[in-house]
Design a protein around this ligand. Structure first.
Ligand code: ATP
Length: 239
């Protein structure tokens, strides 16, 4: 289980951004993390992936744990080796490298597995197989999102953290990404799905959290969040 407990994060030693956040991602489940701009979603992901200090942030209180062990001070590569991989917002693929080369980089922790894992990624995303020798910069937005997900899957993670995978994509592609997340999860990978698209995220998640100005204001089964009229109106912006 991947967890944060009573987590407080500060930037530049003064700005308190997460104020006692607790959240759990059980093995094999999809968990949705929702909230508006500036609520603290990216900060929470940074805490889970060892990327806080790059942004001059640090854990002031509380803990990040993986299977009960504190992992809040580990470097990103160490977390990847333990099975926690992230797809960052904005994809961050290497535009000058080919699709194949991008995948190989994702598999660096386990070079011997590169061939079999690439094949698994190509099975999951046939469009990437077709374009394996093309520069990643020439892929469409949806294809780049798939490549970013494929690259993270090269580490064969137990926990996949996705930061706004539907951002900027047309509805047809959002639906495709949604189905792919379900498929990845069916293979046993747990997913923390950070989204502004609440309907999409809650339709496939088992549990949902709503973050508001650094605090968890709702923590419920996804179906309950989707069904609650007040929640839909005030927190999810749905009618
Ligand atoms: P968005 O969807 O816009 O990325 P978010 O929910 O991911 O929003 P965060 O990016 O975690 O929110 O930001 C939470 C708060 O922390 C915001 O007030 C933001 O201005 C602040 N913040 C984020 N990064 C830093 C940083 N490196 N230094 C100082 N403050 C930061």
């Amino acid at each position: 289980m991947l967890q944060v407990q009573n987590l407080e994060v500060v930037y530049d030693d003064i700005m308190l951004v997460l104020r006692g956040v607790s959240l759990s991602v059980p093995p094999g489940q999809i968990v949705a993390l929702l909230g508006g701009n500036g609520a603290g979603k990216s900060t929470l992901l940074r805490a889970l992936t060892g990327l806080l200090d790059v942004h001059h942030g640090k854990i002031a209180r509380g803990a990040v744990t993986l299977d009960g062990e504190r992992v809040g001070q580990l470097r990103p590569a160490a977390l990847v080796r333990r099975g926690v991989a992230q797809v960052m917002e904005g994809r961050r693929i290497f535009a000058e490298l080919t699709v194949e080369e991008n995948l190989r980089i994702g598999g660096y922790t386990n070079p011997r597995q590169v061939r079999t894992r690439s094949q698994r990624v190509y099975d999951l995303f046939p469009v990437l197989a077709k374009r394996r020798r093309d520069h990643a910069g020439y892929l469409s937005g949806g294809e780049q999102q798939m490549l970013a997900m494929g690259r993270a899957l090269m580490a064969d993670p137990r926990y996949l953290l996705l930061d706004e995978p539907s951002l900027g994509l047309a509805p047809r592609l959002v639906e495709q990404i949604r189905q792919l997340i379900v498929e990845i999860n069916r293979d046993g990978t747990a997913v923390l799905l950070v989204e502004q698209n609440a309907t999409m995220a809650l339709s496939i998640a088992s549990h949902g959290y709503v973050l508001e100005t650094g605090k968890v204001v709702l923590d419920k089964p996804a179906a309950q969040l989707l069904d609650d009229a007040d929640v839909r109106e005030f927190y999810l912006g749905l009618t």
